[in-house]
Design a protein around this ligand. Structure first.
Ligand code: ZN
Ligand code: ZN
Length: 356
């Protein structure tokens, strides 16, 4: 009998809790929304250079990683390098206001580096009531990308302005503008931005048969970040990464990709097997990056654009392979929302994760 009463009491308590589930959730949600509305992770950063990972994935579908995207913050200025699918969500989750985005540098025109552009541009436009379109800086061809995206979203932009008013969605702020630069020659570089103490240079990388493809070097107050874009190991990257505080590099594990290729062959998926075979020499391996970083005297390495996805804990071990034996500095696998900070006037390299 006592047991029955105890069970009834538990049931009543659970029932009561069930009744309050909605109001409790609303209260918690109100609190979280109020905190999110006020969040501006950039405002609290120390002066210096910072790299925020707004997408560490690749074209291979991965629910834990957005497509390729890196945010570089110089002082309080915010720049994006590429914007793969899901980039806008990761920026929001990390508390980086899209309205702050100054411009976006494109490394090349593979779809996985572009397919988050429209969401980023929309959030920037209405988030900051921007009166200028999102500026895409890139090698020749960037004009076509900007014109094509602008046309694809022109009808939607009209709806937004009509619905919310020109003060919230200024007609001049919708869409994209382009700033192409001439391709650098050989292992040289071209300056693509130089103001406010920030200097950004672009250099050629090797993503053949994709051409043009570039990487970028950001320098601000004595600190430097080099972003490889998509490339296999090449001397131009090593030359342009010399002495950098942080090298953010794409990485593909040939060991893991070959296993996927074998599985595709066994399953009779010939197309998938062919593609997996084609991409093996299309990106640097973690060991390649480690060797380049050592040669270039880079202080820390962040591997991103991880191919293939790593759905199980422990797969990072075969992914990294021998890379940590080839390079003495910190070598990390990027996770979405990672923030690497390089404060001005110091040699510190700090890593943490923003938001949730
Ligand atoms: Zn890519
Ligand atoms: Zn690519």
């Amino acid at each position: 009998m006592k047991r029955v009463i105890a069970l009834l009491v538990v049931a009543a308590l659970l029932g009561g809790a069930w009744m309050f589930r909605g109001p409790i959730a609303l209260k918690l949600s109100d609190r979280a929304v109020a905190a999110n509305m006020k969040t501006d992770a950039v405002a609290g950063l120390p002066d210096g250079l910072h790299a925020f990972v707004c997408g560490s994935g690749s074209p291979l579908p991965d629910r834990t990683r957005a497509g390729p995207c890196l945010t570089v913050i110089a002082g309080q200025r915010v720049f994006l390098v590429d914007a793969g699918e899901g980039a806008a969500e990761v920026l929001s989750a990390g508390g980086i206001p899209a309205g702050r985005i100054d411009r976006l540098f494109l490394t090349h025109f593979h779809s996985d580096h572009l397919d988050g552009l429209s969401a980023v541009a929309l959030q920037r436009w209405v988030g900051g009531a921007s009166t200028t379109p999102l500026l895409l800086v890139g090698p020749p061809g960037v004009e076509r990308i900007a014109a094509g995206f602008s046309e694809a979203y022109a009808i939607d932009n009209g709806y937004r302005t009509a619905h919310h008013g020109a003060a919230v969605a200024p007609p001049s702020g919708g869409g994209f503008a382009a700033q192409p630069f001439a391709m650098p020659q050989g292992q040289g570089s071209v300056v693509v931005l130089d103001d406010g103490g920030l200097r950004v240079t672009a250099f050629r990388v090797d993503h053949g048969p994709v051409e043009p493809a570039v990487g970028y070097r950001f320098e601000y107050k004595g600190r430097s970040i080099v972003v490889s874009g998509d490339t296999s190991a090449n001397a131009g990257l090593t030359a342009n990464a010399r002495g950098a505080d942080l090298l953010v590099h794409d990485a593909l594990s040939p060991v893991l990709v070959r296993r996927l290729q074998q599985a595709a062959l066994k399953a009779g998926q010939k197309n998938r097997a062919k593609i997996l075979g084609d991409i093996i020499d299309y990106h640097a391996s973690p060991e390649d990056v480690a060797r380049e970083a050592k040669t270039a005297g880079v202080k820390a390495v962040l591997l991103t654009h991880l191919v293939p996805p790593l759905p199980l804990p422990g797969l990072d071990v075969p992914f990294v392979g021998q890379a940590r034996e080839l390079y003495d500095g910190p070598l990390w696998l990027a996770r979405d929302r990672d923030l690497i900070s390089l404060p001005a006037g110091s040699t510190k390299i700090e890593r943490k994760r923003l938001g949730r």
